[in-house]
Design a protein around this ligand. Sequence first.
Ligand code: ATP
Length: 215
Amino acid sequence: MSAIGVFGGTFDPVHLGHLRVAWECMEQAGLQRVHMIPAATPPHRREPVADGVTRAALLRAALAGQDRLVLDERELRRGGVSYMVDTLLDLRAELPRAPLCLILGTDAFLGLERWHQWERIPELAHLVVAHRPGWTLNGASRLAQLLDERRAPGPEALHDAPAGRILTLEVTQLDISASRIRRLIRQGREPRYLIPERVWNLIERHGLYGHRKTA
Ligand code: ATP
């Protein structure tokens, strides 16, 4: 049964850090595809700057030309606060036996204990933790213990169970964040080469994130 990746985020806007992490996890873990799932209202942070329709449109533009990373709008359709546990339950109902692999950057993994019903998450999916610049896994005691108990020796271990293992992966380190991109745009600078060109074209055309055309 093919393993499926799940990559949730605010994607406000999507950037090359997100895309490269999803792509490398897909390749390294042997995932058939990765569902890129923008949150409606994220539980642990301020409301996104761009609305869901806009964030999905940017993501759709970013994903054009390939079919291994796919836009999945289920959280936007569901509306309200987007809890990953609900999303995984929904995917699990569609794919009762497939290995589901929730991809998280190190920062997101370190915040896992704050997630709604977080203890259910490793029962519903494997975790694939991709190293993110500036963050280290040491010292997070309860999560370190979870990692010890469930660590997958390699990607193969994700394929013979539907959920429950944790794989850590080294991926290309791209120190890019959506907040920095929004800040650059507000300051009148261009975040070229940090986001896909198609995404930048849409931001410029529609004046998103406070972008103002210079004459
Ligand atoms: P913001 O700066 O607005 O907080 P962000 O860039 O962290 O946004 P999110 O949409 O909040 O992006 O992140 C979604 C997921 O992507 C999280 O699991 C996060 O760890 C991961 N992620 C985002 N950027 C990177 C990156 N550069 N390297 C590795 N993981 C990343």
